[in-house]
Write a protein of this length. Structure first.
Length: 319
């Protein structure tokens, strides 16, 4: 049965289709005969509590010269839409939170929203991983610069990052005694180096196995795809993120990878987090990506998979 599917995403005209997971989802939905609709953040509204969106009919094609076409935008009640794909990239700022409130109203009205809007609000991608202490490396989240300095001194080498970043932006690798540490903390905490900052930062013990790659493990309804994309740092760069120049290499899941996935899966299912990306370095879970997980196109190309097809099998058969 054909479904009406609306996607909320960043501007489709700016994506790189060879790497864009949202585009893979749209191609698969269209292949299955579903009706596609497109919207951006500015297209959402609440009218007397009812969720509306200014939707444009969407067609997509595998053509780097012109990969989409849009019809005339019209306001529609989102409760009339069967499935909403929430694929807006971070930051998870105030506007993102408000978006989830509109989508939650659509969900109450019967629309299936992937991923669950309340869980998108509740599960910060870096803090959520801390709910699984058996899976993580030593980690500190604090606003206090002194506490973060003590953490670095204790572990000798650490990675510092903001709570709301993506693509490797704002991440620092630091050693104990580094003269730049105070400056890094000022940047991350948005405050002075000798007291509390205005925002949290996260410090994780540096995991040397990053040289073998930061693995992205994709899960659909808690079930892991059997291959991960290891994002391997290049040159002098310590970050493996593809956006930071990392090289993506597909690898089969190891025993520890599957164990980590099994530890996390029940909570993902409970929270309605249907499409999730775990970041694993060595033996440790570092992040749980729920807003707009990527790496589908790379894994599909390397292993002949159809991960978006697996997702739509699950969406079409929710029972």
């Amino acid at each position: 049965m054909a479904l009406s599917i609306a996607v909320l995403m960043d501007p489709i005209g700016a994506i790189k289709i060879a790497k864009d997971t949202s585009f893979a989802m749209l191609l698969e939905a269209q292949r299955r005969g579903h009706r596609l609709h497109y919207m951006e953040q500015g297209d959402l509204a609440l009218r007397d509590g009812a969720p509306y969106a200014r939707l444009a009919p969407l067609a997509v094609r595998e053509d780097a010269a012109g990969w989409f076409s849009l019809g005339e935008r019209q306001w529609r009640d989102l409760r009339e839409i069967d499935v909403v794909l929430m694929r807006k990239d971070p930051p998870v700022d105030a506007q993102f939170i408000y978006d989830t409130m509109v989508l939650e109203a659509a969900q109450r009205g019967g629309a299936r929203v992937v991923n669950d809007p309340r869980s998108l609000r509740d599960c910060n991608e870096k803090l959520f991983a801390l709910q699984f202490p058996q899976c993580i490396a030593p980690t500190l989240v604090a606003r206090d610069a002194g506490e973060l300095r003590r953490f670095v001194a204790e572990h000798g080498e650490a990675v510092l990052k903001p709570l709301d970043g993506m693509g490797g932006r704002g991440i620092f690798k630091v050693r104990a005694g580094d003269g730049n540490l105070n400056s890094m903390l000022e940047t991350l905490l948005a405050g002075g180096p000798h007291g509390e900052g205005r925002q949290f930062a996260i410090a994780q013990k540096f995991i040397p196995q990053i040289s073998a790659g930061d693995k992205r493990i994709l899960l659909i309804d808690g079930e892991p795809v059997p291959y991960a994309l290891a994002r391997i740092p290049q040159g002098d760069e310590f970050r493996g993120n593809l956006a930071a120049g990392g090289r993506g290499e597909g690898v089969p899941l190891g025993e520890r990878d599957r164990w980590i996935a099994a530890q996390v899966a029940p909570e993902l299912r409970r929270r309605g987090l249907r499409f999730v990306g775990l970041d694993v370095i060595g033996d440790y879970l570092t992040e749980i990506n729920i807003t707009s997980p990527t790496c589908v196109r790379e894994l599909d190309a390397q292993f002949g998979l159809n991960i978006a097809g697996q997702l739509f099998d699950a969406i079409e058969n929710p029972g």
